[in-house]
Design a protein around this ligand. Structure first.
Ligand code: PHE
Length: 489
């Protein structure tokens, strides 16, 4: 319909100045006219310019007043020409909304005197509101003041209008659109000689593919992994979430009364509740060092219980893996090692916008003869420099398994303050000596969470938006690749 009208019109006329007018004159739906113009323009049958305008339209209330008159007129008419009427009687006579709006407007216009009794103040009034509304309906201009008053009364609103102007013949103009065959159907193959086939559009873009997407944590993890690998670290096997208290705490010289070993802080397993096997001679040495010390230590002086060490738990840190690795290393002839791991750990904590009961820990350690605190500071500086955090500060801290221990702070340019980014230290002789490592071997180590830098990098301020069932899948699909720190060299 619209297509024949437009192409037909252009056969005998130079141009169509306004698609809106054209639609109105030809009794066509403007939306349809617009779609046809767009399509004909695409095939270069016609040329057209886009046209944007603001028009005024009546709201439902406006339409009602345009048809029936304003509430103030109804209110005024209900008051007798002479004398007065009681407010109650008037209210009964009128529709509630007419009474409410009509009384306010009529009083404002000083048409009526309002009190217990209501009377007219003027003899004759005109329904300006209705008149103005009708003018707008007819597309006529209106003075600013009337427009503003109609707008504040929400009787009219402005609406964006999009159409076309200067619609003319295009280079491929024809009074009728050619229909091209688009498919090689059985029928089309029978009379292909008479048909004209649509050309392939090799520039057309396909549908976006539904494919797998990496979670931001995985992307950031990859960056950390790359940095460790570039610095010559080997990855530790972290594929066991369940660990015994022995490897998670006791081997790390963490006393059995330590608050972290309470069920408020640690998830213990119901089944299997205990570990089956521990290296007995090593367990004996760990028991010794807890109870009475050795290797220059006085120990904790308490009765160490095997049952406590046997209890299974969800590992609270990946340092449990580090202790297993160092123990394994101590068995052979000593070789220096640089190890790292990035995996999940669990803590029985109250969940809030920055804490979940599980998170990912990044851990690095270096094991060699004669290492010092200076080596630890140097390695941390290099590691975090590669992450794009060149400004570090250290604060003395406490861990049962490291001495000295240091919290690591980095200056955050965006937040304009020093933020804590990790924890570090030198593993204690009470941890390393019972394993059987040579006396002059020192281990420097540090740990941090993967979630924290990921949230900072992706601008996420609630951890539940990053991890768990409330995560918006679109975020996962659209998140950009992550680049931390300096270019790899
Ligand atoms: N395990 C420590 C933690 O949970 C991190 C750490 C690792 C600290 C190695 C010192 C040395 O925070």
């Amino acid at each position: 319909m619209a297509e024949t009208a437009i192409l037909g019109f252009l056969q005998n006329n130079e141009s169509i100045p306004d698609s809106g007018q054209f639609a109105a004159e030809h009794n066509l739906d403007h939306e349809e006219v617009k779609n046809v113009i767009k399509s004909l323009q695409g095939f270069r049958y016609i040329e057209a310019k886009e046209l944007k305008r603001e028009t005024l339209v009546l709201t439902d209330e406006g339409k009602k007043y345009a048809a029936e008159g304003s509430p103030e007129i109804h209110f005024f008419s209900a008051i007798p020409e002479e004398g007065s009427i009681s407010k109650d009687d008037l209210e009964k006579k009128l529709d509630p909304s007419v009474f409410k709006i009509g009384s306010t407007q009529a009083a404002k216009k000083k048409w009526v005197a309002m009190g217990k009794q209501v009377s007219r103040k003027v003899q004759h009034v005109e329904d300006k509101v209705k008149e103005s509304l009708l003018q707008i309906q007819q597309g006529l201009e209106l003075d600013k003041e009337s427009l503003n008053s109609l707008k504040t009364r929400k009787l009219i609103v402005t609406q964006g209008w999009i159409g076309y102007s200067d619609i003319q013949k295009g280079p491929s103009y024809a009074p009728k659109r050619k229909i091209f065959a688009t498919d090689l159907t059985r029928e089309n193959l029978q009379n292909w000689k008479e048909l004209e086939f649509k050309e392939y559009n090799f520039n057309a873009k396909g549908q976006p593919l539904e494919a797998g997407h990496l979670h931001p944590l995985l992307k950031v993890r990859k960056q950390f992994k790359d940095i460790f690998c570039q610095m010559g670290f080997e990855e530790m096997p972290t594929n066991n979430f369940v660990e015994s208290s022995f490897w998670n705490f006791d081997a790390l010289f963490q006393p059995q009364q330590h608050p972290a070993r309470d069920s408020h802080d640690t998830f213990f397993l119901k089944a299997p509740s205990t570990t089956r096997e521990l290296p007995e001679d090593y367990v004996e040495r760990v028991k010794q060092v807890h109870e009475s010390g050795g290797y220059g230590s006085r120990g904790y002086n308490y009765e160490w219980k095997r049952e406590e060490a046997n209890k299974n738990l969800l590992r609270t840190h990946t340092t449990a893996v580090s202790s297993r690795m160092l123990y394994a290393l101590a068995k052979g002839p000593f070789t220096p090692k640089k190890y790292f791991s990035i995996d999940r750990v669990f803590r029985n904590e109250a969940v809030d916008r920055t804490h979940l009961a599980e998170f990912h820990q990044i851990e690095g350690l270096i094991c060699d003869r004669g290492l010092t605190l200076g080596d630890l500071i140097g390695v941390l500086q290099e590691f975090f420099r590669r992450l794009g955090m060149p400004q570090l500060r250290f604060k003395p801290a406490y861990n049962p398994y490291t001495e000295p221990s240091m919290e690591i702070f980095s200056y955050h340019e965006g937040l304009e303050k020093w933020v804590e980014i990790g924890n570090s230290g030198m593993f204690r002789p009470e941890m390393l000596q019972p394993m059987g490592l040579p006396e002059d071997v020192r281990v420097i180590a540090w740990g941090l969470s993967l979630e924290r830098p990921t949230m900072i990098l992706y601008g996420i301020d609630n951890i539940r938006d990053l991890f768990g069932h409330k995560v918006d899948l679109d975020l996962i699909k659209r998140n950009p690749i992550c680049r931390v720190g300096i270019e790899s060299s």
